[in-house]
Design a protein around this ligand. Structure first.
Ligand code: GLP
Length: 244
């Protein structure tokens, strides 16, 4: 895995947006898998600015959501649907139906996971997967555990995840979420992991040990031939840049 350390969140986001734009320009029908959360939102905003100047930029881009909280009310601003509307669909000028993935509030979770798995099997693999790192080392809602389901599944959220900023306001915190599995993530042609802020320092230090364990789900990215960590100095710490 390559590791690139940037001075701050802004320069990290610019590098991520440039990589995404390159991918979109190379393949206008590219399939992106996108995380939500604070780590990638500035990068998404920068793609939005490019789309303002070139409205056709993302017209044919396909997107699949990495994950979705379960149990939030319709219209809850913390849902991944609300996040995508605000940060991606509108600003990128995506056509209606341009985002695939888990349906929030799906009545039959197992059937929903099978549907998303089948969708990816027929439309995938993902060309570029943009991920954030959980403070506990999770990817999507693949939470630290002694074993992990490889494919799309309904996960039990770790206590730390239930306090994530997206759901901090929620009167009833989601206890479960839908997520793509590590096998589906690792089938992506290219992966960017965005890591920003000192709250991630412990998780990134563990990740940079390059020891693979499902107790640190992000460590499975070491198995991928084309994965890059884009990290800001606040997360990386003040020491010398980590070895790649
Ligand atoms: C959340 C989401 C992930 C996200 C991660 C980091 O729980 N399920 O998809 O990447 O945690 O979020 P943030 O970037 O806000 O720190």
């Amino acid at each position: 895995m390559k590791v690139k350390v940037f001075n701050d969140h802004e320069t990290m986001s610019r590098a991520a947006a440039a990589a995404m734009a390159r991918e979109i320009q190379k393949n206008p029908r590219t399939l992106l898998c996108l995380a939500t959360g604070s780590s990638p939102s500035r990068a998404y905003e920068l793609i939005g600015k490019r789309a303002q100047k070139s409205p056709a930029l993302c017209r044919r881009v396909r997107i699949v959501k990495l994950d979705e909280w379960e149990g939030l009310d319709a219209g809850d601003p913390g849902s991944n649907d609300a996040y995508f509307s605000k940060h991606v669909i509108g600003p990128w000028k995506l056509p209606r139906g341009g985002v695939a993935g888990f349906t929030r509030g799906a009545k039959n979770p197992d059937a929903e996971c099978r549907r998303v798995r089948a969708w990816l099997a027929s439309h995938g693999p993902v060309d570029l997967c943009v991920l954030g790192l959980g403070v506990n080392g999770h990817l999507g809602f693949n939470e630290p555990a002694s074993s992990l389901p490889p494919f799309a599944h309904r996960a039990v959220l770790a206590a730390q995840t239930q306090t994530h900023s997206m759901v901090r306001h929620a009167a009833v915190k989601p206890k479960n979420g839908f997520t793509l599995g590590l096998a589906e993530i690792l089938q992506s042609r290219e992966i960017l992991l965005l890591v920003s802020g000192d709250a991630k320092r412990l998780a990134i230090q563990k990740l940079l040990r390059a020891e693979i364990s499902t107790e640190l789900p992000a460590s499975l990215l070491w198995l991928h031939p084309n994965a890059t960590i884009l990290c800001d100095r606040a997360a990386a710490g003040d020491g010398p840049p980590p070895a790649s």
